[in-house]
Design a protein around this ligand. Structure first.
Ligand SMILES: [Zn+2]
Length: 452
């Protein structure tokens, strides 16, 4: 949760709010040093206690609210954000991230992690309903104009399943509102009330103690920020011997890759529908294949670029965790030489946070080795069993199943309608069943082979 708003020596205001110090010193460094040492000892004591510093200070928001308007909370601060939070004793997930990383890709990853499973499911269900309605003759061949009087050539086939599936997928991904309670700093800490903000900062270990799991949205700046490492430390420390530390580590490039691939696939599929039917049927390979290659290159270029960056980021994350040293992490206070903008001295967050870690784990080195072993093991296990998996590739290949459902039904439906036969519905139903079976077989068996 390392926050540029929080990582500004805010512990000084926190001490002032607690009444033990005015949070700064205008005298010499020597005079200030002793005052600050005492203040820092008090801060360490309060943080290590892991208790909320005020009633109702532990707050959460529904994940849907955190993702609202494409994650606006991550991009633009506003006093209104805090009003969406509610006091609670239990938080389902604590979202830990660095404010120094790219907020757009962080939001896409959060959207993917929360809505990436439900969106394709709903899109497929709605696409199937559209096909059934079409098969029943309740939807026209094209979007307007009713049943065509000649074989449709441009686009090649009806777009009901493809277009409906694609649009519903995008809407669900962006707008689905998961209800689980999460902690997001800008939403759960009142950034516009210095006293409330300070009390919340001193309650940070209590927030982590109240959280059932920790989601780390990792980018290269994460393991370099001391506040982020402190959150991992507090979460590990807050688990009892019976509790497993449920830490999920996800590189923030995961979202752009896993969202853009199905979208790119949909764009290719939609684009191919506009290849003139004569070209496809006449087997004019000199035209068809370059056209398909062109569609695919344009649509997948960005996805493939991000996929390569993602694998590089996973390597980098492994390396950083293997060589993790808390002492190498950065703090804003040290970067500005413990001087506020008005020239007054400020206390050192670094000394406070490292003292807490030492008290919790015996030494900073012990915590380092815990991160190198437990957190790294978590990451390795998750990447192999939860990220690049058969299921994940099935989700990405959903546009294929949606596409596969329709074309045979279209042609069958078209010819049946044109002939006006009475057995049209039965014939179309059989064709629909056949298409669905082929779609499932292709989706479950063939598409994942491309990922091997
Ligand atoms: Zn410092």
């Amino acid at each position: 949760m390392e926050n540029s708003e929080k990582d500004d020596g805010s512990f000084n205001e926190a001490a002032a709010a607690d009444g033990s110090n005015d949070g700064s010193c205008a005298g010499s460094l020597d005079d200030a040093d002793e005052d600050f040492r005492r203040m820092e000892e008090m801060m360490v004591e309060v943080l290590c206690d892991m208790k909320p510093r005020a009633p109702d200070i532990i707050r959460a928001v529904p994940a849907g609210r955190a993702l609202r308007c494409c994650g606006r909370a991550f991009r633009r601060k506003s006093p209104m954000l805090f009003r969406g939070s509610f006091p609670t004793d239990k938080i389902h997930e604590f979202w830990s991230h660095s404010w120094h990383g790219n907020s757009q890709i962080k939001v896409v990853t959060a959207l993917f992690l929360n809505n990436g499973k439900i969106a394709p499911l709903i899109a497929t269900a709605i696409a199937l309903i559209a096909v059934i309605l079409y098969t029943a003759g309740l939807l026209p061949m094209r979007f307007h104009g009713g049943i065509p009087t000649s074989i449709p050539k441009y686009p090649r086939a009806s777009y009901w399943a493809k277009a409906v599936g694609f649009v519903v997928f995008c809407i669900c991904l962006l707008c689905w509102q998961p209800a689980k309670s999460v902690f997001v700093d800008v939403l759960c800490i009142n950034q516009y009330d210095p006293k409330q903000k300070s009390l919340a900062l001193f309650s940070m270990p209590a927030f982590l103690k109240a959280s059932e799991s920790l989601l780390v949205l990792w980018d290269p700046t994460y393991t370099r920020r001391l506040w982020c490492c402190f959150e991992i430390a507090a979460f590990l420390r807050s688990r009892t011997s019976r509790q497993t530390a449920r830490i999920t580590v996800r590189p923030t490039l995961l979202g752009p890759v896993f969202v853009s691939l199905p979208i790119a696939l949909s764009v290719v599929i939609l684009g191919l529908g506009f290849v003139p039917v004569e070209t496809m049927d006449s087997g004019n390979h000199a035209v068809v294949w370059p056209m398909m290659a062109g569609f695919a290159s344009v649509a997948f270029y960005w996805s493939v670029t991000k996929l390569r960056e993602f694998f590089r980021s996973v390597d980098s994350l492994h390396r950083e965790l293997q060589q993790f040293q808390c002492n190498d992490c950065l703090c804003h206070c040290c970067a500005v030489d413990h001087r506020k903008a008005d020239g007054r001295w400020m206390a050192c967050d670094r000394r406070v946070l490292l003292s807490c870690i030492t008290l919790w784990f015996g030494s900073v080195e012990n915590f380092d080795s815990m991160v190198r072993s437990e957190v790294l093991a978590c990451l390795t296990e998750q990447l192999s069993s939860q990220v690049l998996t058969y299921k994940q590739f099935l989700v990405m290949a959903v546009p294929v199943i949606i596409t596969w459902i329709l074309p045979p039904v279209v042609w069958n439906g078209y010819s049946t309608r044109r002939r006006g036969t009475k057995c049209g519905w039965r014939l179309r139903s059989e064709q629909l069943l056949k298409s669905c079976s082929e779609a499932l077989a292709g989706h479950l068996g063939v598409c994942p082979l491309f990922s091997l």
